[in-house]
Ligand binder design. Structure first.
Ligand SMILES: Nc1c(N[C@@H]2O[C@H](COP(=O)(O)O)[C@@H](O)[C@H]2O)[nH]c(=O)[nH]c1=O
Length: 630
């Protein structure tokens, strides 16, 4: 543990400087990018229109039409949990028998829950023998345990049809290779099967995981700019009044869009003018975090966004802005993140590092223009209401972009028009869907660590999200543990996070605390468990055990020890890191994580290193093992 005191310093030194692109000639950038990716857009523009190519002879045995209808069904299934799976991708699996009947299907509910393939195999049972599995996306073997692949192989599936390869390079191709090495025939759309209709089905698979694909290519979350305007292009009257421009039906559509996003962002102007709630009020959906971007923090003290009863709010601001207001926000439980220079790109890079997949921008024209200029907006949703409000000073959806000729206007790609009640919804992409194909390693190529991952020369291993290399070190990884309760009765917890969160309320006689523990135990995903635990801690501090701060490290250590003892592949993964410093790369959790600039205490990394050393016999046991093998 001698290295630990200097860890923060080392970490700070090696964190690479992120250089923002200050090139404002966005139109030129957009043109170059569009040219470079013309081929990538093939699925949208239909370059194969004149010919239907079928490369592998095996494919001829199977009906293209049936394959494609089932792969689309897998994509539709995967989309059922949109918003909940983040930061994990959406996975769906359909199993069809030789005679073409659907025997079972499943989709990933959330990060840390059973994989789609496992659910589908369970549903199909014996009918898996000799059947085909349809997967909208190649599974990512984040934890070195081949869960999805093993489920298919052990069930006796003999063929798999895969919509797209995994977009993250450290995972891409691994499951496909593993399935093939187990004797399955694997047909990947666009590689082993090619035709115009195959490309259309492939596009359906791309669309359900667009946020991950853009995020993988651009290292910022997938960002959608949404606005509602009158037919004469105004987002409010000259007075600023804007309730409402679009119809109720359109606004319900916005709730759905919100429910698919990790966060909604607005600027200070929108907050002052509209006092929005930014919640997804269509019932049962996922609730996005609210982000306010304000340089001056000249914000009202009374505001809907400071009410955190349903969901939290993060304020991003300029370093040093209105310290007293920052203290006021902190007292409300609102998180404040300071930036040296507040701008959309740095803010988006920050949220990328925090694991966000998709952001909905519901801001006014000034911030929208700045976000478009900095190249962080990928898609636009414009609701146009058949109304005219007029007004020389009435605001419009996009402010100054510095363009003087119509030839400079940004063309949307893949534009869709849809009538929503009395309004028209026009949507399209500002940046083409990234082409990840050229970086797919060929079959005989050994897979290498993603060259775009920042090359650290020092032996520090960062982990954070479960899909990252070493993602299994995350407490959100889907590894159940069995731990004794106060009466030494063993209970199963779906993840370390479930166990840790529930422990906050242990030993409190109030029935609400008991109820909370039960709810956390039943939480469908580690995220849900974390949300419940944190919310109850914030809303009802009286339910938290009084010794929590002094016991939480021990609680965590015991849970980790159980996890890394009972799963041999996790144990090997941990021991394989001997000699390296482990850092949980959470930019916002300054206790368990390493922080943005190495200022965090990195307790999760420390405990894992301590555990590793205990397993290697280099240090005595810090706590006796109390867990049971599963
Ligand atoms: N006026 C207007 C919109 N305005 C957006 O909705 C926000 C307020 O919504 P809420 O958070 O639900 O209170 C507001 O700050 C702005 O971002 N949206 C629309 O779909 N249609 C409309 O006519």
């Amino acid at each position: 543990m001698g290295i630990l005191p200097c860890l923060a310093l080392v970490y700070k030194k090696i964190v690479p400087l992120i250089i923002s692109s200050k090139d404002n000639n966005y139109k030129a950038q957009q043109q170059i990018q569009q040219e470079n990716t013309r081929m990538a857009l093939s699925f949208a523009l239909g370059p194969y229109s004149s010919s239907v190519i079928c490369r592998t002879t095996n494919i001829n045995k199977h009906s293209h039409a049936q394959d494609l209808s089932y792969i689309r069904r897998a994509a539709d299934l995967s989309d059922k949990s949109a918003g909940f799976t983040s930061p994990h991708p959406n996975f769906g699996c359909v199993i069809a028998t030789r005679s073409g009947e659907v025997a079972g299907e499943g989709y990933l509910y959330a990060q840390g829950t059973k994989p789609a393939e496992g659910l589908a195999v369970e549903a199909a049972g014996e009918r898996c023998r000799g059947a085909t599995a349809y997967l909208n996306m190649e599974p990512g073997d984040c934890h070195w345990d081949h869960t999805a692949v093993s489920a298919l192989v052990q069930a006796g599936i003999t063929r798999a049809v895969v919509g797209i390869r995994h977009p993250l390079q450290h995972l891409r191709g691994n499951a496909i290779r593993a399935l093939r090495s187990q004797g399955l025939q694997v047909d990947v759309l666009g590689e082993d099967m090619q035709s115009k209709i195959v490309e259309e089905a492939r596009k359906a698979c791309l669309l359900v995981n667009l946020p991950l694909i853009y995020r993988a290519a651009s290292r910022v979350p997938f960002s959608v700019l949404k606005y509602a305007m009158t037919l004469d292009g105004k987002i409010a009257a000259s007075s600023g009044h804007a309730a409402w421009i679009s119809s109720k039906l359109s606004r319900n559509r916005v709730f759905e869009l919100r429910g698919r996003s990790d966060a909604i962002i607005v600027g200070g102007n929108t907050m002052r003018r509209d006092d929005p709630r930014l919640t997804a009020r269509h019932g049962g959906g996922h609730m996005p975090i609210r982000i306010v971007m304000s340089q001056t923090l000249d914000l009202p003290k009374e505001a809907n966004l400071w009410d955190l009863s349903e969901v939290s709010t993060i304020v991003v601001t300029q370093r040093g802005a209105r310290r007293s207001f920052q203290r006021f926000l902190a007292s409300k439980g609102v998180e404040v993140v300071e930036f040296d220079i507040l701008n959309p790109r740095d803010v988006m890079e920050y949220f990328h590092d925090r694991g966000y997949l998709s952001i909905l921008w519901e801001c006014g024209g000034t911030l929208a223009a700045s976000a478009i200029s900095s190249g962080v907006i990928h898609k636009v949703f414009a609701f146009v209401a058949p109304k005219i409000i007029g007004g020389k000073n009435a605001p419009s959806p996009v402010g100054e972009l510095g363009m003087v000729e119509m030839s400079q206007a940004l063309d949307l790609i893949d534009v869709c028009f849809e009538q929503v009640g009395p309004d028209m919804l026009i949507s399209g992409f500002l940046q083409p869907i990234p082409d990840l194909t050229p970086t797919i390693p060929s079959e005989d190529e050994t897979f290498a660590i993603d060259p775009t991952v920042i090359p650290f020369e020092s032996s520090i291993i960062f982990f954070y999200k479960t899909w990252d290399p070493y993602g299994a070190f995350s407490n959100f990884s889907p590894h159940p543990i069995q731990m004794p309760d106060e009466d030494s009765n063993y209970a199963t917890w779906s993840s370390v996070e479930h166990y840790y969160q529930a422990n906050k309320f242990l030993g409190i006689s109030n029935p609400m605390a008991q109820d909370c523990i039960e709810q956390i135990k039943l939480a469908k995903s580690p995220e849900e468990a974390a949300r419940m635990g944190r919310l109850t801690q914030r809303r009802h501090p009286n339910l938290v055990r009084s010794d929590w701060e002094s016991v939480k490290i021990d609680v965590m250590y015991r849970a980790l020890k159980c996890k890394f003892s009972i799963y041999p592949h996790l144990n090997s993964m941990l021991l394989s890191t001997a000699g390296s410093v482990l850092v949980e790369a959470s930019p916002h959790d300054l206790f368990w994580g390493g922080g943005r600039d190495g200022e965090g205490l990195n307790y999760l990394g420390r405990l894992l290193m301590q555990l590793r050393s205990e397993f290697l016999g280099e240090s005595p046991a810090a706590s006796e093992s109390t867990c049971l093998a599963l």
